[in-house]
Design a protein around this ligand. Structure first.
Ligand SMILES: Nc1ncnc2c1ncn2[C@@H]1O[C@H](COP(=O)(O)OP(=O)(O)O)[C@@H](O)[C@H]1O
Ligand SMILES: [Mg+2]
Length: 373
């Protein structure tokens, strides 16, 4: 695709905001032009949380929310374009990730034939309201081809962030964290490492009513509880190798409560420190045992702003160098939205978007459905 303007829309498992990014895609790569963080109304966040686990009237609630999010995502694109002084007809496509409400990949399913992943936010509504061709539903084709459907970012990381002769890790710390291992100019592997911010967010919400622990100030004041940390690390997910992905179905506060049950009178602040240490250890282990001698690690996603988490990672990863992706050309807050703009451009060009070495799919596949504007 030659010099196309594409909008990427991303709302991750943190459900903190809709990230909306306008990028220019051409042969030499992806250039971030404008960005807009679109607020998700609290009532909508609650509806997303409610439909993310089994309950009565699921189809009814999912259908309504699918349309509601389609409207919200379309709005997020239009507000971005207005601020960027760009008309919808100048934009080739919108790549919309959608809101994940279930992720049950083959690696986590008891029966691989029953694996599925589900992202909602009706792309028909986005295309109708913006007039822009919308590409969405990127993950299910990879699942259909026997893959995990996730993570999809590694293919983009390989396209944007490799450097000849240098082994790099790119780590996206959203609600769930994923790592991409780059061996020189080759994509070596990529997988979800486990929880990123999700447990930290939910624990600080439960104990302080805050949606996140700003800069990790609270966790920085606590002491890591060794026994609890060991129980968290015993989750079988961390023994797996090969393609793997996970979600908030697996890593949530119910599970944390179970792990903590054997300890008594724990200070919530110490638990927060333990959860931060847990994320840092699982990310560092993934990089250090991934089969590539990595010398440079670059962080993107909201976790890049968590100073305490970055400090823990820095100590565990040394002597590898730790920075945010801004050092290699992209603001860490917008890498994921840019990923879905890039994936949309791949799909419209008839090019595959998945990386079988990452997802375990049987082969390269053109991802997503196209909803003409
Ligand atoms: N200043 C900050 N300090 C600590 N954590 C932060 C900060 N800014 C963002 N975060 C974390 O990043 C999360 C959002 O990250 P994001 O990459 O958008 O994840 P997702 O893809 O799951 O939506 C927030 O929920 C929060 O945990
Ligand atoms: Mg987010």
């Amino acid at each position: 695709m030659s010099d196309a303007l594409v909008v990427g829309l991303m709302s991750g498992t943190s459900v903190d905001a809709v990230d909306s990014a306008l990028v220019r895609v051409n042969a030499s790569g992806v250039e971030l032009l404008n960005t807009h963080e679109h607020a998700i109304p609290p009532a909508t966040r609650q509806r997303i949380a409610a439909v993310s686990h089994t309950g009565p009237d699921e189809i009814e609630r999912m259908g309504e929310l699918d349309r509601e999010l389609g409207l919200l995502f379309g709005e997020a694109a239009l507000v971005l374009l207005e601020a960027a002084d760009t008309r919808p007809h100048e934009v080739t496509a919108i790549g919309s990730h959608g809101q994940t409400i279930r992720h049950r990949p083959p690696s986590g399913a008891t029966n691989a034939a029953q694996s599925f992943t589900l992202q909602i936010g009706d792309p028909n509504t986005i295309a109708e309201n913006t007039g822009i061709t919308t590409v969405a539903d990127f993950r299910r084709r990879d699942i259909a081809a026997g893959g995990e459907g996730a993570p999809l970012a590694p293919a983009f990381h390989a396209a944007a962030f490799t450097k000849k002769g240098v082994n790099r890790a790119i780590v996206n710390i959203g609600g769930i964290a994923n790592v991409t291992l780059l061996e020189g100019q080759d994509l070596h592997s990529g997988f979800d490492t486990g929880p990123g911010n999700t447990l930290l967010d939910h624990w600080v919400m439960r104990h302080q009513g805050k949606s996140f622990d700003r800069h990790g100030q609270w966790s920085a004041e606590g002491e890591v509880i060794a026994g609890s940390l060991q129980r968290l690390l015993q989750h079988p997910y961390f023994q797996r190798s090969g393609p793997r992905s996970t979600g908030v179905e697996v890593f949530n506060l119910d599970w944390v409560d179970n792990c903590l049950a054997e300890s008594e009178n724990l200070s919530p602040r110490d638990v927060q420190a333990t959860l931060a240490e847990f994320t840092a250890i699982t990310v560092a282990n993934a990089i250090q045992h991934g089969g590539v001698a990595v010398s440079e690690v670059y962080i993107c996603g909201g976790g890049a702003h968590n100073t305490d988490l970055m400090r823990r990672l820095y100590h565990k990863l040394a002597p590898a160098q730790l920075d945010s992706t801004s050092v290699i050309g992209m603001d860490p807050d917008w890498v994921e939205a840019a990923t879905f703009a890039w994936l949309a451009s791949r799909t419209l060009s008839g090019l595959p978007g998945n990386a079988p070495v990452v997802t375990g799919a049987e082969g390269l596949r053109i991802l997503g459905g196209i909803y003409p504007g």
